[in-house]
Design a protein around this ligand. Sequence first.
Ligand code: ZN
Length: 266
Amino acid sequence: MTGLPRSRRRDLLRGGVLVTFGAGLGVVGFAEAADVVDRKLPLRGGAASAVVPGRPDLLGNGRLEANWFVPTGRRIVALTFDDGPGPDWTPMVLDTLHQRGVPATFFMVGERARRHGELLRGRLAGHEVGSHSWAHHDLARLPVEEAYEDLARTHRELVAVTGQEPRLLRPPYGHLAGSTLAAAVRMGYQLVLWSQQMREADFPDDPAGQARRIVADVHPGAIILAHDVGRRERLVSLHALPEIIDQLRARGYEFATVSQLLAVRR
Ligand SMILES: [Zn+2]
């Protein structure tokens, strides 16, 4: 790279860091990484703060909470389902939850809610709807205005389709960075990650094994991640759901939406 004109070199460095931040830094090397730092990372997107100078009004109340679980001694957990709604599995998940009287939280993708909203009609009583972005793009890699527009559009769609005002955001890929955070605080959202997740790869076609694992690892206040859309392998978790619910109940666990769980802390 040293043989390149300085301006061209700067473009390459900027492109490399923008496109492959994280993995890319190791490739750039120390001296060049320092060069990048000197030149400043983009303030309004990606890894930078994404704060728009002089516009504190774009930062909601100036405070954002991220929740992986809720510290409590009470045996209570929140089941969460990401990436839906979808025609293949979402109705089955809703059936299982309905049969057992279990509330859950669905982190929905806006454009899927628009396409498959009829699956949800009359079926969300007792459940919570959160945002999982419009099309599952990594908000952390978008300029902050685009990240905000993505969330605002998703919010409008979810209100129209579900009748609920989302208060929670689970960022795609769980990626937290400048644009994600700035857009979320502007929306007045709380961030929700997870402390436990389904392990489809460990239990191919073994719902009983999947259920045992979740039940063995559970802890009071857990937020448990599952998906109601995706690769076929994920089905094992949804088939394990009845057993997971029954076994957790047998151990004295109650189920709550994420917002109900968060209220336990306060
Ligand atoms: Zn997702």
